[in-house]
Design a protein around this ligand. Structure first.
Ligand code: ZN
Length: 195
């Protein structure tokens, strides 16, 4: 009960919740992206990328978090909610974000090649659509990017990113929909040796 109120309402704090989800994805050998949805200062949904686990290219962290949030709110309209996600949303997720009429999107690492919140394109603020979101990028960007860099560096070196994980798993990241070829993720330089 000694959590300072000011932190509970800060972008920094909630991005920390998304980072925690992203770390869980990495532990599960998924591309480490995490997301939470916040309403009235409370987290109402949290999810991490599960493309491999569910064998579903649409199972991005944002999509799963939005579905959870709709259930929590009891409506498909999320007009008073904010999404925190560790990586800039892709076009699919940005489309969903507009459909649920989310008030605001906060992301960590930008994605120059595929980001749809202002980097490669901006689907969140298309004047002709009937909804536009506020966008805040770069929150805890270094931490968000480091997770991705470490993951993909290990992929490239052939090292299992989740040492000691139970049981063999097939790894078909080329089908993840996030990474079709080495280096497509966020324009990341291959210098991610630190955690
Ligand atoms: Zn996505």
């Amino acid at each position: 009960m000694d959590d300072p109120i000011v932190d509970l309402h800060s972008d920094h704090y909630f991005m920390g919740e998304a980072l925690r989800q992203a770390a869980r994805a990495g532990e599960a050998e998924e591309v480490p992206v995490g997301a939470v949805v916040v309403r009235d200062g409370r987290v109402i949904a949290r999810a991490f990328n599960q493309v491999e686990l569910l064998k579903d290219a649409t199972a991005h962290a944002e999509m799963l978090a939005l579905t959870q949030a709709e259930e929590a709110v009891g409506d498909w309209r999320l007009t008073d909610c904010t999404l925190f996600v560790t990586k800039e949303p892709c076009p699919m997720c940005a489309g969903a974000i507009v459909h649920v009429r989310l008030a605001r999107v906060v992301f960590g690492a930008s994605d120059p090649k595929a980001g749809a919140a202002g980097s490669a394109l901006n689907l969140l603020q298309v004047p002709s659509l009937n909804h536009r979101c506020q966008i805040t990028g770069g929150v805890r960007e270094a931490e968000c990017r480091a997770l991705l860099q470490t993951f993909f560096a290990k992929q490239r070196s052939g090292e299992n990113p989740a040492n000691g994980s139970p049981g063999p798993r097939t790894r078909t990241l080329s089908q993840s929909g996030i990474r079709d070829r080495p280096g497509t993720e966020a324009g990341l330089p291959p210098d991610a040796d630190t955690g």
